[in-house]
Design a binder for this molecule. Structure first.
Ligand code: NAD
Length: 410
């Protein structure tokens, strides 16, 4: 990495208030988050260092540890579809919505040609309009409406601006063709034409630790996944665990994490019932096999990815050359993060590994600085009493190294 990129990642020379002022309205400053680097990731045979911006303890450690287990089975195999985004156009005031739909589809080739040149940069890189879909929504609160989907290959852009512009350009032509009124013209965050998926295989012997055999850990993980697969209350938390990893990299690379979140949850409910985004099973050799598929509307060229110095540096650290490659790394991180949570839940529980890191945050919240953070945190973990009142007591006491006060422990 260049020294400039390293300085941006370290926070010493990240986003300036001046740059922030150009990005949003009424900017008064910049907001920091810890930036960790997850280790051990091998994606499609390539070693990748993964920058993760996240405030929650245990996420970077969990991803790194699971990537190490997956490494024993060859790492992550990831794929991605063409980077196609969907723009929606809502056509209202139609006398005959079915006839309007037919007319739109009859003119498909001409419509696609018309919007293909909306973004000459994307067209020049091999992207552009690809397909047109039209559906009649018969029963809505205001009666029937025609919905037209314009599918655009946006290459390495997230594509929001590109497809929104294309949709706006298309609207007058649709009104002319259908005799209706085009109301909304906006991309869909259910980017189900832009999917990324990852698989991993963990040898069963690698899963064993302490008193837990590899088979017991494997089966416990599959039992935990089956719960999420069947129950939306559990699936929401299961998928949140996946997004812990996904979002951290999405944020570190300056991408739109709300778009990724919206796409993930909508995709998880695509069957009409909200369920797990991942799947875990026993492989033919007895190993644990996992897979994750989700929409990945990511950019390596637009939005904040090029404006935010730390985002640029994060992309440089990862060495990804395209938005698809970035998506393949991020979906692998999501799968690793899912495994970390399931493994902990299925064995010793989530709190044990979490407490050490959580205790540091509690210590800081109580006012600890420097080496006192670690000392107070360690003491609270030893006592099994990780609470802000105890942290304050330890800080105010003669020394954090002094023995615990029995009355507090009680
Ligand atoms: P953008 O418009 O900033 O950049 C994309 C542009 O970069 C392309 O139009 C193209 O001209 C150029 N480009 C250069 N090299 C390219 C390459 N290799 N591949 C593709 N394009 C290349 O970005 P965007 O991705 O269109 O929009 C992203 C922004 O839109 C994000 O900030 C997002 O938050 C925001 N947004 C999101 C939503 C939503 O998710 N619902 C809605 C509106 C806006």
């Amino acid at each position: 990495m260049t020294l400039e990129a390293l300085a941006a990642l370290s926070g010493a020379a990240g986003l300036t208030p001046g740059q922030a002022d150009h990005m949003v309205e009424n900017a008064v400053g910049v907001f920091g988050l810890p930036l960790g680097v997850a280790m051990n990731f091998v994606v499609n045979g390539r070693e990748v260092l993964v920058p993760m911006a996240i405030e929650e303890p245990s996420v970077v450690a969990g991803a790194s540890f699971m990537a190490k287990l997956a490494r024993a089975g060859g790492g992550f195999q990831a794929t991605s579809s063409e980077p196609q985004m969907i723009a929606q156009l809502q056509v209202l005031d139609l006398k005959d919505p079915d006839e309007a739909r037919r007319r739109v589809l009859d003119h498909q080739a001409e419509i696609l040609a018309e919007v293909d040149q909306v973004d000459p940069v994307i067209a020049g890189l091999g992207g552009g309009a690809r397909d047109l879909e039209a559906r009649v929504l018969r029963e809505t609160a205001i009666g029937p409406m025609l919905i037209v989907h314009l599918i655009v290959d946006v290459r390495d852009a997230m594509g929001a601006n590109a497809v929104n512009t294309a949709a706006e350009r298309l609207a007058p032509r649709l009104e002319q063709l259908t005799g209706g009124r085009v109301h909304l013209r906006i991309l869909s965050n259910l980017a189900d034409r832009r999917l990324a998926s990852a698989r991993c295989r963990i040898p069963v012997s690698t899963l064993a630790f302490g008193d837990y055999s590899g088979e017991r850990v494997r089966d416990g993980i599959i039992e935990a996944w089956a719960f999420a697969e069947a129950d939306p209350y559990r699936a929401a938390t299961h998928n949140k665990g996946i997004l812990n990893g996904v979002d951290a990299v999405v944020i570190a690379t300056g991408n739109d994490w709300r778009a990724i979140e919206a796409g993930a949850h909508a995709y998880a409910a695509r069957s009409g019932r909200y369920t797990s985004l991942s799947r875990w099973s026993t492989g033919s050799d007895g190993g644990l096999e996992g897979e994750l598929e989700m929409p990945m509307a990511l950019s390596t060229v637009g939005g904040a990815t090029r404006v935010h110095p730390a985002a640029r540096a994060a992309l440089e650290l990862m060495g990804v050359r395209s938005a698809r490659e970035l998506a393949e790394v991020i979906v692998s991180v999501g799968l690793a993060q899912n495994l970390a949570a399931l493994r902990a839940l299925a064995t010793e529980g989530i709190q044990r590994g979490h407490m050490g890191l959580h205790a540091r945050q509690v210590a800081i919240a109580a006012g600890a600085t420097g080496e006192m953070v670690e000392r107070v945190a360690q003491r609270m973990v030893e006592e099994g009493l990780v609470r802000i009142d105890r942290a304050r007591e330890l800080l105010e006491g003669p020394s954090a190294a002094a023995g615990p006060r029995s009355e507090t422990k009680a």
